[in-house]
Design a protein. Structure first.
Length: 133
């Protein structure tokens, strides 16, 4: 069963459920493969049921393109179709690339579950570090 930490699985399942045409894992896998991003049909059910939780950024990008949603849709960020500018997509790609970095991933795992107050302090500290270089 899917837990609350399976954001990607929830989001992907919601896209499949609301698709105008019946969408199968095989259809999505074939479309991604045709776009130059080979993926197996068995891998998609693993993503959808939370067995596989961290798909590579290239898969996330192609799945977002397939369902015509911005990359932020899969990261539990506010989803607004009207904010789908090229600049926004570039920022989203940078964020996804950062998440693929081991150091960033370790940082995020440690920050996960902090209180809102602690998260605010952490963000302020990160902003200061960015200024210092």
């Amino acid at each position: 069963m899917m837990g609350s930490d399976h954001v990607f699985a929830r989001q992907l399942n919601a896209l499949v459920a609301r698709s105008a045409v019946r969408t199968t894992n095989t259809m999505v896998a074939q479309a991604l493969t045709d776009q130059g991003c080979p993926i197996s049909a068995p891998y998609l059910p693993q993503l959808r049921n939370g067995v596989r939780r961290r798909p590579a950024p290239r898969y996330i990008e192609r799945i977002a393109e397939y369902f015509a949603v911005p990359l932020s849709y899969f990261y539990d960020l506010p989803y607004e179709r009207s904010d789908d500018s090229g600049e926004n997509r570039d920022r989203e790609r940078m964020a996804i690339s950062a998440i693929d970095d081991d150091g960033v991933r370790r940082f995020l795992l440690r920050a996960h579950g902090l209180s809102p107050e602690a998260m605010d302090l952490l963000l302020q500290f990160a902003e200061r570090l960015n200024v210092l270089g």
